[in-house]
Ligand binder design. Structure first.
Ligand code: NAP
Length: 298
């Protein structure tokens, strides 16, 4: 049995991970504020967890609102820095105290989006906005620690259902339903990732006690325009109504910088752990089936 502590399990990715938890895993504790536990309160964490027996902490808790983060740029007293950096420092201390491994969830936003080709684990991060900067600071704390660590970078997770917030796929569906889809960037390349497949990838890493950095992302990197066209095809919207625009143009007057070329490679993970991630159309088709199941229950 693998005993895990999870932070941020009430979040979008965390809730999916818990729903898919395999039989050989046991949840020791979920650390988030719904449980009355705050990663900024280290003494509180110790009081609750000092005698916990855990093999691994999966650290997903974070300040994830990128636009709100931008409004805190440079402020180490701001909530974004506090949760992402100070919070991670506390979780590293907790992993050391409990003598367990740490899987730290990070993001493609640590990169600047200027690479021609896919980002690899060996590429040097160079974040260009505050959320990415705080997530990179957190990575450096993990990297510089003497615990057993694994950093998992993922990108644009999507899933069939999560009432807490919209992901890429569900927000495009809503915009097309409501008839207010904005023009779609043809020069913004991202790597959408099924949250189901991400969870399975995480279980594989945990079972293998994997160390180091891994990119757990979907198999396909594509533009916003191509993503939305695929969603329209599969969900029965008129794809000819999707109009095009350019992120390079938008960036000239954008309130914050947006990374442009964010193709990510999952080759390192795939070569060690086999096929887990699928192409975007395949992952989307699987999500569509799950959405239908959810609709039946409502
Ligand atoms: N969503 C994405 O597009 C994306 C992409 C790449 C990487 N990631 C990374 O994946 C991880 C999970 O993302 P997500 O989208 O699932 O996050 P999310 O839905 O925004 O959830 C964030 C989680 O963090 C918890 N949290 C926030 N502040 C906390 C605190 N002070 N103490 C304890 N818990 C706290 C929240 O719980 P409470 O508010 O209840 O405390 C919630 O469970 C993050 O590390 C994020 O950086 C996300």
């Amino acid at each position: 049995m693998i005993n895990i502590i999870v932070t941020g399990a009430s979040g979008m990715i965390g809730s999916k991970l818990l729903r898919l938890l395999p039989n050989d895993f046991r949840l020791v504790k979920n650390i988030d504020r719904t449980e009355g536990l705050d990663i900024l309160n280290y003494p509180g964490l110790l009081t609750t967890l000092s005698s916990a027996r855990a093999d691994v902490i999966v650290h997903m808790a974070a300040f994830t609102d990128v636009n709100a983060a931008a409004r805190q740029e440079g402020k180490s007293e701001g909530l974004c820095f506090q949760i992402n950096v100070t919070g991670t420092r506390n979780i590293v201390k907790l992993a050391k105290q409990l003598n367990c491994q740490l899987i730290h969830i990070s993001t493609d936003y640590v990169f600047d989006g200027t690479k021609t080709g896919e980002y690899l684990e060996t590429d040097k991060p160079n974040p260009i906005e505050w959320y990415g900067k705080t997530k990179y600071e957190a990575e450096k704390i993990v990297l510089g620690s003497d615990i057993k660590w694994c950093i998992v970078r993922t990108a644009y997770p999507f899933l069939a259902e999560f009432p807490g917030k919209f992901d890429l796929v569900r927000s495009r569906i809503k915009q097309m339903k409501d008839g207010n889809l904005p023009p779609q960037f043809t020069d913004h390349i991202i790597t959408p990732t099924s949250a189901d497949q991400l969870s399975i990838g995480l279980f594989k890493l945990i079972r293998a006690k994997a160390l180091g950095i891994y990119h757990l992302v979907g198999d396909t990197s594509l533009s916003d325009f191509d993503i939305t066209t695929e969603i329209a095809k599969q969900f029965g919207f008129d794809e000819t109504e999707i109009t095009k625009s350019s992120l390079a143009e938008f960036n000239k007057s954008a309130p914050r910088p947006y990374q442009q070329q964010m193709a990510m490679s999952n080759q390192k993970f795939k070569s060690q752990f086999g096929n887990t991630f699928s192409s975007f159309p395949e992952a989307l088709a699987a999500i569509k089936i799950q959405m239908k199941e959810v609709e039946k229950l409502i």
